[in-house]
Design a protein around this ligand. Structure first.
Ligand code: UTP
Length: 297
């Protein structure tokens, strides 16, 4: 029987240059969708998938992330004194048990693959999940949970997959897959940011992975790839060649690329509209704005 996936790695050491100047002092992962930081969505998704150990790969300037998951005794005491129990419950979701969360430093932003490799001693010799908090996925069954269920049936490595347009393919890790339309697709290869027109399919990897320790070992001895970075895609591609045990998983749900300004704005609107306390007012505002724009055109 294969081991359960209980550890998750959150690579959050990137510089977030697409959100400058905000990210000069605020980590991208702390930026809020409505009223919760991006990282909270990722943590909740991991918990829903049975993850109990959380490993953050951080870098300089990410201190706000560590504080976010710590207790806030003065704030909690003040809310308690005022009888604000609802807000205390809201805060409760941000508190991590002592020892449940670990931080490891990536001293230089050498790429996503390198960031995952930095967590190797904490991961050890077991399968693990990787979640990129800037991919936010709205789904009835949380995406990682869908993947854990598929992994429990199939084993191997499982990578979240999504169709993208041909124009967008050169911005993603692209899977080489047979044409079948099943939810779990065996991969024949994978290439990071293929030159326009050379992509083997339009199936892109997005920021959820379940990986075996073998992929971690490959990360230790591959050369820098696209963009001069140590690419997770290249380690996965090697695993496909060596063991043919990598699958794309077409998840059910809507993914928002919150690492880009357009995606972040779209997610803000979508999550705002989905909120019972805000949705109606926001919908009215958006429809008034559209009407005004059309009248002005
Ligand atoms: P991105 O490609 O989005 O890079 O990284 P970034 O630095 O966060 O953002 P931009 O492109 O400069 O705006 C994808 C994920 O990989 C992590 C990032 O933190 C993000 O979660 N990452 C990337 C690292 O942890 N280390 C790296 O060296 C590179």
């Amino acid at each position: 029987m294969q081991r359960k996936v209980t550890k998750a790695v959150f690579p959050v050491a990137g510089m977030g240059t697409r959100f400058l100047p905000a990210t000069k002092s605020v980590p991208k992962e702390i930026m809020t969708l409505v009223d919760r930081p991006l990282i909270q969505y990722a943590i909740d998704e991991a918990r829903a998938a049975g993850i109990t150990e959380f490993i953050f790969v951080t870098s300089r300037g990410k201190g706000a992330l560590e504080d976010y998951f710590d207790r806030a005794p003065e704030l909690e005491a003040s809310l308690r004194a005022k009888g604000k129990t609802e807000l205390l419950e809201v805060l409760d979701a941000t508190n991590m048990d002592s020892g449940a969360i670990a931080y490891v430093r990536q001293n230089q932003a050498l790429g996503l693959g390198h960031a995952v490799w930095c967590a190797r001693h904490l991961i050890g010799d077991e399968p693990f999940a990787v979640l990129l908090p800037d991919d936010v996925i709205a789904a009835e069954t949380p995406c990682l949970r869908q993947m854990v269920e598929a992994y429990e049936q199939t084993g191997g490595n499982m990578i979240a997959a999504m169709e993208v347009s041909s124009e967008m393919a050169s911005s993603y890790g692209i899977m080489d897959v047979p044409p079948a339309i099943s939810r779990v697709v065996p991969m024949r290869g994978m290439v990071e940011k293929p030159a326009p027109g050379t992509q083997p399919s339009n199936l892109a990897a997005i920021g959820r992975y379940i990986l075996t320790p073998d992929v971690l070992r490959h990360l230790g001895d591959i050369d820098p790839g696209a963009g001069g970075e140590i690419q997770l895609t290249d380690a996965i591609a090697r695993e496909i060649v060596e063991r043919q045990n990598v699958y794309g998983y077409r998840f059910e749900g809507q993914r928002y690329d919150c690492g880009s300004k357009a995606g972040f704005l779209q997610a803000t609107v979508a999550f705002g509209l989905a909120r019972p306390d805000l949705g109606a007012e926001l919908a009215q505002f958006l429809s008034d704005m559209m009407a005004q724009r059309q009248a002005a055109e």
